[in-house]
Ligand binder design. Structure first.
Ligand code: ZN
Length: 401
């Protein structure tokens, strides 16, 4: 069999294309914070496809030169509501049908929130949650629209969800509908005082059924009683926790429950007060509760650090906060006394472990997803460097440079 000259040239070009696409991407760095507390200096991160294949030394030709920046794993926010946004009139709108918006607008707003979050250095988010998260997750994770990897509860369980048996059925339905995690409201919102709302039996039903199905369950809990019942029921993370006493903080440490204290959410509400005031429990009284919660939260975080609780990064980002998620690290260091390296580890490997993705994301190491962020400056000296995002790669694809 003979090949024409044209066929040989086309064949060679095709091989060339294949070889080009298989070429490893070499990212030259001067400082890497690996996500587990180590600092790597003057290394090359070698990426093939969506994964990091090696961390090497030497003067390989760089595809991306990030020397002079601080490189970390892509950040992970374990608590967002990326569909919530400000509507055309500038007022806050939730994820579900509020404000008379069409489903199309809500879906596009969710995509916009996700995109802003990715540009802010976050390559994975857990949304707790809205129904629109599901389709947004599938579009992003399918590579059709840009955004961070999305994990979502789709919906949440409240005391009104029903009897323990009804709650178990709710959990099964959520899983069947594609929820990745179960979210419960064990206590009231801080704007309503934060006291326990779900009964211990309801909490046990929700977190027990989730565990039986292999799902994690995270619990919104301010009051110690609601948090305690959640921890004992096997919920995997406590969200917020502004009113936790020392015994509950210790119990989290003993049981290995992850803790996600949030500051950005209240600062964001206070900074954008006119856009929320008058909607639901966003009353003047509700705002007074939030103002009071900020120093309470800082005090709880300090105790959680002292008791070596596993602290993850989560922001509870709502309208006005998407893309500014990294401010949470600034508040935690500045107000909560967290060491800057620990704040980075919270946002990377510990957050990844809390999502049961610790073997895939959250660390710069061979075999991990190529999720990388580079910031200008040194966040270990000045945590506000996390505001200076200059490069974002998710699964080997560059989204910001
Ligand atoms: Zn929330």
């Amino acid at each position: 069999m003979r090949f024409s000259r044209k066929a040989i040239i086309l064949g060679a070009l095709a091989i060339g294309v294949v070889c080009a696409s298989a070429q490893p991407v070499v990212i030259k760095t001067s400082v890497i914070l690996d996500g587990k507390g180590q600092i790597l200096r003057n290394k090359n991160i070698v990426v093939e496809g969506n994964r990091i294949v090696r961390i090497s030394e030497g003067n390989a030709k760089a595809t991306y030169d990030l020397t002079g920046f601080t490189v970390t794993p892509g950040w992970i926010d374990t608590h967002v509501h990326f569909a919530q946004h400000f509507g055309a009139d500038g007022r806050a709108i939730g994820g579900e049908g509020a404000g008379g918006e069409s489903p199309e607008i809500r879906a596009l707003q969710a995509a916009a929130g996700a995109y802003a979050t990715l540009q802010g250095g976050f390559t994975t988010i857990q949304s707790l949650g809205a129904e629109v998260d599901g389709v947004t997750r599938d579009m992003i994770n399918g590579g059709r629209i840009p955004g961070p990897r999305v994990i979502t509860s789709l919906r949440a369980i409240y005391k009104e969800t029903g009897t323990p048996e009804q709650i178990r059925a709710f959990v099964r339905k959520a899983k069947a509908d594609g929820a990745d995690v179960i979210k419960i409201f064990a206590t009231a919102s801080i704007r309503d005082g934060g006291a326990q709302t779900m009964s211990d039996d309801q909490i046990r039903a929700a977190c027990g059924e989730a565990a039986a199905l292999g799902l994690r369950a995270v619990s919104h809990a301010h009051a110690s009683s609601g948090a305690r019942a959640s921890i004992l029921a096997g919920c995997t993370a406590i969200e917020h926790g502004a009113l936790l006493d020392d015994a509950t903080v210790k119990l989290m440490a003993e049981r290995g429950t992850y803790f996600d204290p949030n500051f950005l959410v209240w600062h964001n509400y206070l900074d954008n007060k006119p856009k929320f005031l008058g909607i639901g429990n966003y009353t003047n009284e509700g705002f007074a509760y939030m103002e009071k919660a900020v120093p309470q939260m800082a005090e709880v975080l300090k105790r959680a650090i002292a008791h070596r609780v596993k602290i993850v990064l989560g922001t509870d980002a709502v309208a006005g906060a998407h893309g500014r998620n990294a401010e949470e690290s600034v508040y935690r260091v500045r107000d909560g006394g967290q060491a800057p390296m620990d704040a980075i580890v919270s946002a990377t490997s510990v957050a990844a472990e809390s999502l049961r993705l610790g073997d895939k994301i959250g660390t710069v190491a061979p075999g991990m997803e190529a999720d990388l962020v580079a910031v200008e400056g040194d966040p270990l000296k000045d945590i506000t460097a996390v505001r200076q995002v200059r490069f974002v790669m998710k699964s080997g694809k560059v989204y910001r440079q």
